[in-house]
Ligand binder design. Structure first.
Ligand code: HDL
Ligand code: ZN
Length: 412
C-alpha cells in the first residue's frame, strides 16, 4: 500500500461517512419556526453579529430593535462587503451557499433571498442533511423553553432523524427560579432540597426523559465550577441527576468553561470563556464510576488536561470542538492531541449548528481537517510496516463520526 493509496482510502472514508451530529440547536420540523434556516438566519448567527459589532458604531439596542432582515443586511455589509469574509463563521456562510449551487461572487443578497424563499422546509431539511452527510441530528431540548415545552406536552410525530437531549442548565444553575417553575408545573418542590423535593425533581427528570426519549442529559458549567461542594448545583448533580442517569442508563453531558453574558448587550453573542479546574472534574468522574460523562470544554487551555482525564477515566467520552474552539487552528490541534493521547475512543466533532444550513459548512470544514490529521496518523503507521486495511480505516472513521459515541452510550 503506497502513501497515495492510503491517503485516498482515508480521504474517501472521511468524505463519505454519514455523521451522527451529537450536539446542535436544531429542531425536529414539528417545532416549526424554532428550526432556523435560510440566508437571513445564517447572517444574523450570533457568531457573525459579535464580529459585525466590531465595525458598527450604532448602540447595541438600535441594532436589536431592527427587523431580522435589516440586521442581516448590516452584517452582510460589514463582514462581506466592507471587509473580506475571512473569519470561520463568515467563510462558513459562503461554503454553505456554494455547496447549494449559489454564485457568491455576485454578492447579490436579494437574489440569494429569492432562492431561499423558493425552498420548502421539509424538502430543504433533507437537502441540507444530504449535502452535509449527516444522518442524525441531536437537538438541545429544554422544558424551561416556553416555546418548546408546549410542543412536547401536546405531542407530535417524531422525525426519527432528530434525537432529543434533555438540557437542564436552569435546574442546576438557577435553582430558585427553576424550583418555582417546577412547582407551577405540579411538582411538589420547595426551594430547599428536602427529601421530598429531591424525589420530585427526580420525577421531573424521569417525566421529561420519557416524554422526549432523551438520549442524554446536558448542562453547561461556568469556569469556576467547584466539586466537591455543598452548593445547590453540586447537591442536585449528586442526589438527583447522577442517580437519574444511572436509573435510565443515560450519559450526563458536561460542557464546562462558559462565562455567561460577559457582555449582556450582545445578547446570545454575549457569552465568554474561562479555564476550568480540571481537578474538580476529575473528582466528579472518580466518585461516580457507574455514571457515563460526555465532555467538551470551552477553553483551549483545558484541552490537554481533558485528554489526560479521559486516559484516567473510561467513563469519560470527549466530544467536539465546542464554540470558540470550532476554528481550523484549534480543530487540527485538538484532533491531533486527542488521537495521539486517547486514540479512536473520542468523537472529534459536533456542529453546534443553530441554523439548519450551517451543518453543510461545519461538517465540510471539519471533515477536511480530521481527514488531514488521520492521513498523517495512518501514514505514520505505514512507515512502521503496519498495513491498515481499507475495511479497518472505514471502521475507524465510522467510530469517530458516531459509532464510538453510540457504543459509549450503550445506544444503537
Ligand atoms: O451552551 C451551548 O450549548 C452553546 O453551544 C451555546 O448555545 C452557544 O451560544 C453556541 O451556540 N455555541 O456554538
Ligand atoms: Zn450548543
Amino acid at each position: 500500500m503506497t502513501r497515495a493509496v492510503l491517503k485516498a482510502h482515508v480521504e474517501r472514508a472521511v468524505a463519505t461517512v454519514q455523521v451522527t451530529d451529537i450536539h446542535t440547536h436544531l429542531y425536529d420540523p414539528a417545532f416549526g419556526d424554532l428550526l432556523l434556516w435560510g440566508i437571513d438566519d445564517l447572517l444574523v448567527y450570533h457568531y457573525l453579529v459579535a464580529e459585525a459589532f466590531r465595525y458598527m458604531e450604532m448602540p447595541y439596542d438600535t441594532f436589536w430593535a431592527l427587523p431580522k432582515s435589516r440586521q442581516a443586511e448590516l452584517v452582510w455589509d460589514a463582514l462581506f462587503l466592507q471587509h473580506s469574509p475571512i473569519s470561520e463563521a463568515c467563510r462558513g456562510v459562503l461554503t454553505t451557499l456554494n455547496a447549494l449551487g449559489l454564485d457568491v461572487k455576485k454578492r447579490d443578497l436579494p437574489a440569494l433571498r429569492k432562492w431561499f424563499r423558493n425552498q420548502k422546509p421539509d424538502r430543504y431539511i433533507t437537502r441540507c442533511m444530504e449535502a452535509a452527510g449527516v444522518r442524525e441530528i441531536y437537538m438541545t431540548n429544554s422544558p424551561f423553553d416556553d416555546q418548546e415545552r408546549p410542543v412536547w406536552e401536546n405531542g407530535f410525530k417524531r422525525d426519527e432523524r432528530f434525537k432529543a437531549a434533555l438540557r437542564i442548565d436552569p435546574l442546576l444553575l438557577s435553582w430558585n427560579d427553576a424550583s418555582k417553575k417546577l412547582a407551577e408545573w405540579g411538582y411538589k418542590v420547595s426551594s430547599s432540597l428536602t427529601p421530598k423535593t429531591i424525589s420530585q425533581v427526580r420525577k421531573f427528570l424521569a417525566d421529561w426523559s420519557r416524554r422526549m426519549d432523551a438520549r442524554y442529559l446536558m448542562v453547561s458549567l461556568p469556569p469556576d465550577f467547584a466539586y466537591p461542594s455543598l452548593n445547590t448545583c453540586n447537591r442536585l448533580i449528586e442526589e438527583v441527576v447522577l442517580p437519574h442517569c444511572r436509573e435510565f442508563n443515560l450519559p450526563f453531558a458536561l460542557m464546562p468553561g462558559v462565562r455567561r453574558q460577559v457582555n449582556p448587550q450582545l445578547c446570545l453573542a454575549g457569552d465568554g470563556v474561562g479555564r476550568c479546574d480540571m481537578m474538580a472534574l476529575n473528582e466528579l468522574f472518580s466518585r461516580h464510576p457507574d455514571n457515563k460523562f460526555l465532555v467538551t470544554m470551552l477553553s483551549r487551555e483545558n484541552q490537554h488536561e481533558l485528554c489526560v482525564t479521559a486516559r484516567k477515566f473510561r467513563n469519560v467520552h470527549i466530544f467536539g470542538c465546542w464554540w470558540f474552539t470550532n476554528v481550523p487552528a484549534l480543530i487540527e490541534e485538538m484532533t491531533r492531541m486527542r488521537l495521539e493521547l486517547v486514540g479512536l475512543s473520542v468523537t472529534p466533532q459536533h456542529s453546534d449548528a443553530r441554523v439548519l444550513d450551517q451543518i453543510i459548512y461545519k461538517w465540510k470544514h471539519s471533515r477536511e481537517i480530521i481527514a488531514r490529521v488521520l492521513v498523517e496518523k495512518y501514514e505514520q503507521l505505514r512507515l512502521t510496516g503496519w498495513r491498515p486495511t481499507r475495511e479497518e480505516i472505514q471502521r475507524d472513521v465510522e467510530a469517530l463520526f458516531g459509532n464510538e459515541f453510540k457504543r459509549f452510550c450503550g445506544q444503537s
